[in-house]
Every structure is written in C-alpha cells, then in structure tokens.
Design a protein around this ligand. Structure first.
Ligand SMILES: Cc1ncc(COP(=O)(O)O)c(C=O)c1O
Length: 429
C-alpha cells in the first residue's frame, strides 16, 4: 500500500453506511425491515420535477453564493413560513446543508459543543477539522433536550475561558429523538449562549416536519446576532438527492460571509446550475407545494406516532415524537436481562436486531451516546410514499381518525417491524 489516507480518526457517516448495508442484504435476497436510514419516502412534487427538466440546458458555473433569484425566493419563503426578515446577502446556497454545516464550522473559531444524542455528522465534521469537541450529555429525563442548566454546566466543565468564542450545534426538530425545543426553552438557551460568547449553529432541516400540535421555533428569534440557521430541500420536499441546502447568516456579518464563500469557491464552486433553477420553484410558496409539505408531514406524523404507540404499549421507553420521522427508544431498565443475553451496548442491540430479527436500526453510540446506554434510533420511513400520499389524500380526515387502518394499508412493513421489536423485547424479559 503506497497511499496514505488522511481522516483515519473519523468514520464514514453511519446512516449512509447502514443504508448501503441494507441495500446489499436486500440484493442478496434477505428481507430486511429498514429502520436505519431517514430518507423522505415521498416523490418529488411534479412542479419541481418539471422545473428541473426545463432547466436541463443550464450549463454555466453560477455564483458561489447561489443565484440571486433563488436567494430572493428563499427570503420570501422564510418570511412566509416563519415570519423571518432575511436579506439575500445573508444566504448561502450549497450542495446540501451537511456541507454548509461543515463549512460554517471551518469558518468559525472555537470548540464545538455537541449535545448528545445528536445527528451522526456534527462531531465527525468537527473531528475532520481538528476542532475540540465538548459533548453535552442529555438523558431520557429531559426527553434528551438540553436545558439551560445542562448547557451552563457543560460550559463550566469544558471551557473555563468564557471570553473565547465557542460554537453550539442544536437541531430542532431533532434527529435522532424527534423532539423539538419550545419557545421558552430556546429563549433560555439563547440567554446562556449570549452570556458565554457562544455562536449557535441551528440545524432546522426538519422545521416543516413539525407535528400539528406543536410549533417550530428557532433560537434565532431570541439570538439573531449569534445564530446561523441551516435548512434545505432534503426532508420536507423529499429532494435529498438534489443536494441543495441553505445557510442563513446573522445580518451584517460580512467577514463570516466572505470566509464561507472563500471555502465554498475553493471546494464546490457552486451548486449545480439546473438544480439552482429548479430550487427557485421548490422555494416558491405555491399552494400546491405547501399542501404537499403539509400532507407528507401529516403522514409522517401518523406513522411515527403509530410506531411510538406500539413501542409504548409493550413498555419500551421512548419520548413521544414532535416532528420528523425518528424514534429513540431505550432498554436501560432491562440492562441485566440484556447482559444475560450478551447485549451490553447499543451496538450489540443493533447487531442482534439486524442479524437475528432482520430489523436495521442505528445504535445510540452513533449519535454520541456512551456505548453502554442501551438506546437505538429508528427511522419510520420504510413504506412507499407515493402510495401513502395518494391514499391519504383520498380521505385525510379518516387517516387521522383511524390511524391503525391507515398504517395497515400503507405501511404494513412498519407494523411488522414494530411487532418484531415487541417480540425482541419479550425475548429478553
Ligand atoms: C439532522 C440533520 N441535519 C442535516 C442533514 C443533512 O441534510 P442535507 O445535507 O441533505 O441538507 C440531515 C440528513 O439526514 C439530518 O438528519
């Protein structure tokens, strides 16, 4: 071996690796219930598909920041959906919000505070950048939400030089837990961040997948001068493979903007031209697209709540989801019984579930939990989104009123997966 690869201390995205593993297993004829990857199951809206076809001829490199009509449209979208007053110059369009988060971390000085559990890539990105990582541990007691007290204690514990800039990443609604921060919680966190010179990276990629009885709020409402918001088309418009995301910077941060554009122009240059033009339509607050987002979110809500209910009915601990399509159950109260079966870590649970029960999940340790915490992440998207959307639209009220029949009709594989998780739990009790 003559070549030496860098990045050996980091690992590939666990979610993407699991998705490849399941594809391989299925190819070899094995039936797998895929609760391991959180990709929106719905088809891309025809308006967006048409816009992409209409722009297939766009061949030129475009401005690194993103074309102005797209950034203007994104501003209107944010104003419409969240009442945010943003100018096009605060926005950078990139090939997915993942790389924009990486770019922002590179541009901002200071250690990264990562609440656990957290999405798989934040700490890996910080590791790739050689940044110091400070984990902020949360538990089931607060539904895995970071309280201001937990945050303050973590600041004291990890970083005594309060004058130095620090970075905090938060994600609401949350992958892997499905939890959202309330207005009051965000306000308190914002105060702690302000007092301690903490810049917040607010990952709001699931904002529009907030369930009906909750409202999405951003920490930027209370700390606009110190918050960068990321979002994109991957989840609520089901366009993960388009690779387009956005970052909104605080107003008047020209140095930070310059730094982000310097990194962007020397790496990805610009988002693909046909995609940028198609994204203008994806961000137009056109009623058809808004209806699509609302209906897809309603389906995610029905199916995720159904799965949660099934887990709870056999006493598996799991916070009730408030948005997105994830659940984060744990078996910590069955630690002894689990150990008797040789299951001592969350990785052991995931391995046993895949090997013996044909259910793909991800261990809590991939989300920064200590390995001995017996928790896993489930993604509730193993169904055909096109059929689900059609059936839902035939009678939305009925789907809401009788979720069991709806799930039986459109997501039978998830029902089987829930039954398997019940049997697995019984087998260790
Ligand atoms: C919490 C979270 N943030 C960011 C992303 C990245 O999204 P994208 O790069 O497709 O915009 C994902 C994707 O799974 C995610 O779950």
């Amino acid at each position: 071996m003559l070549l030496t690869a860098a990045g050996k201390k980091t690992k590939r995205s666990a979610t993407l690796v699991m998705n490849e593993t399941v594809k391989q297993l299925r190819k070899s004829g094995k039936e797998v219930f895929h609760l391991g990857f959180g990709e929106s199951p719905f088809p891309i809206h025809p308006i967006i598909q048409k816009a992409l076809c209409d722009n297939a001829h766009q061949r030129n490199y475009l401005p690194t920041q993103g074309i102005l009509p797209l950034r203007e449209q994104i501003c209107r979208f944010y104003e419409n959906m969240y009442g945010f007053d943003v100018t096009p110059n605060q926005i950078v369009v990139g090939p997915g919000s993942k790389v924009l988060l990486y770019n922002a971390m590179m541009a901002l000085q200071g250690p990264l505070f990562v609440p656990t559990p957290s999405w798989v890539s934040y700490d890996e990105q910080a590791r790739l950048l050689g940044k110091e990582i400070c984990y902020v541990r949360t538990s089931h007691e607060t539904s895995y939400l970071m309280t201001s007290e937990i945050f303050e204690n973590a600041l004291k514990e990890h970083w005594t030089h309060t004058a130095d800039q620090k970075i905090l990443v938060i994600n609401t609604p949350n992958n892997p837990t499905g939890q959202s921060y309330s207005k009051a919680q965000l306000k308190e966190l914002a105060n702690v961040a302000k007092e301690n010179n903490v810049i917040v990276l607010s990952d709001e990629i699931y904002a529009l997948l907030t369930y009906r009885e909750y409202e999405h709020h951003s920490i930027a409402e209370y700390y606009p001068e110190g918050t960068l918001i990321t979002g994109g088309l991957s989840k609520d418009r089901s366009a993960g493979g388009f690779r387009v995301g956005t970052i909104i910077l605080p107003a008047e941060e020209s140095e930070l903007l310059e730094s982000i554009l310097t990194i962007a122009s020397n790496t990805w240059s610009c988002v693909a031209a046909p995609i940028q033009y198609a994204a203008i339509e994806a961000y137009r607050p056109n009623q058809e697209i808004l209806d699509y987002i609302r209906d897809c979110t309603a389906i995610s809500e029905i199916i995720t709540k159904y799965t949660h209910q099934r887990l709870r009915s056999c006493d598996i601990r799991c916070p009730a989801p408030m948005g997105a399509f994830y659940l984060f159950p744990d078996w910590n109260s069955e630690r002894e019984q689990m150990a008797a079966k040789g299951i001592k870590t969350s990785m052991d649970i995931s391995e046993v579930l895949l090997r013996d029960w044909s259910v793909a999940t991800l261990p809590g340790s991939d989300f920064g939990m200590v390995p001995e915490e017996l928790c896993i992440r489930l993604a509730t998207v193993d169904y055909n989104g096109e059929i689900a959307l059609r059936k839902y639209r035939e009678n939305p009220q009925k789907a809401m009123d009788d979720p069991d029949s709806f799930v039986k009709c459109v997501a039978p594989r998830l029902i089987t997966a829930a039954e398997i998780l019940e049997k697995f739990t019984e087998s260790i009790r």
